[in-house]
Design a protein around this ligand. Sequence first.
Ligand code: FES
Ligand code: FES
Length: 162
Amino acid sequence: MKRIINLTINKIIYEHAVEVNTTLADFLRYELGLTGTKKGCDTGDCGACTVILDGDTVNSCLVLAVQADGAVIETIEGLSNEDGLHPLQQAFVEKGAIQCGFCSPGVIMSSKNLLDKNDNPSNQEIREGLSGNLCRCTGYTKIFEAVSSQCSDNKGGSHGKI
Ligand code: FES
Ligand code: FES
């Protein structure tokens, strides 16, 4: 059975018929082609599918698309613009915080949400903010450095919090 839903994703309004048992992750990837949102586990364990929904991060594999009806959603595709990468994305590149890249969209969306809410998180708050995102490659240190470099105290070159 399908239901019509309305969503705002990366500032674009969508009206779409969707099966009631389709997850938000599958809806984004397979109905809208927004494949930047990854699926690692499909059980809420890895954070690869993290998106921002009405100002909070969610594992989109655990949310039904119909539950997101009316929501405002940000995905990794919404971060860069015609001027280039989002500063947080650029920091991940410059700090070498990306290896295979599979976790990166989810990690970056969690980082963005953290910094949107608190522009100067402590080292501990960064760790807590990213605790739902698993990375098999980087050992996390570079990821924490990249996020820390975007804290208001550290912009301009230093990453003294790590
Ligand atoms: S794919 Fe959603 S948490 Fe792993
Ligand atoms: S960079 Fe490979 S899983 Fe994180």
